[in-house]
Ligand binder design. Structure first.
Ligand code: FES
Length: 214
């Protein structure tokens, strides 16, 4: 069992397992830190790609992602500061500028990490200062029980890891920059790939990009 150590987050003293990533220690103690790509089960290898979980750490010159910060005794962390808030707001705005926003008919409505982040940080879901760039990619409903709308994907990679863990590894990142997308090999529809329809990707998706169809 890991050694429990004392740390301070937002002036609150808590104990957490030494070596656990700070993101999970905070969440376990009801301190919300925005996050999309972090995966509790694979916390030692977080891609730290969503750049939403920044925190200030006493003694460090620049904010660090909480999903890559191991807990050590005496750690003092601040999850809110003008610098952190600015970074999170900028990262969130960028994400929302190419996220198809249709909450009312989205299967993730009410259980969406983007909605949670917006509420917690008082951010607007609708892009304010950046132009909205909808890629208009086709929605894939070819696999029984799964719908994939790449226009809502936040590229967190959780579905890819879940698919790999299921033993299937049908999904992966492809292309670069604005074109980057989660797809099957050769961009085949899921129904024409080796997808087994287990739905683990939809379970892992923190937004409405992959969802289960009743
Ligand atoms: Fe830390 Fe995404 S959860 S960078």
């Amino acid at each position: 069992m890991s050694n429990q150590v004392s740390i301070t987050i937002d002036d609150k003293k808590i104990t957490a397992p030494e070596g656990q990533m700070l993101l999970w220690a905070a969440l376990d103690n009801d301190i919300y830190i925005p996050h999309l790509c972090g995966d509790r089960e694979e916390q030692d290898s977080s891609p730290a790609s969503c750049r939403l979980c920044f925190v200030e750490v006493e003694g460090r010159p620049a904010p660090v992602p909480a999903c890559t910060l191991p807990v050590t005794g005496g750690l003092v962390v601040n999850t809110r500061s003008p610098r952190v808030d600015g970074l999170v707001a900028a990262g969130f705005a960028l994400l929302m500028s190419n996220h198809r926003l249709e909450c009312r008919k989205c299967p993730a409505n009410g259980n969406c990490e983007l909605q949670r982040i917006a509420k917690a940080r008082r951010l607007k879901l609708k892009s304010q200062n950046l132009p909205v760039l909808d890629r208009n990619l086709p929605v894939d409903d070819s696999a029984p029980g799964i719908i994939y709308d790449p226009n809502k994907c936040v590229l967190c990679g959780r579905c890819i890891r879940a698919c790999r863990k299921s033993g299937n590894a049908v999904l992966g990142f492809t292309l670069r920059g604005f074109e980057r997308v989660v797809a099957t090999f050769d961009h085949r529809p899921l129904g024409e790939s080796y997808c087994l329809g287990c739905g683990d990707c939809a379970e892992a998706c923190p937004v409405g990009a992959l969802s289960k169809q009743e």
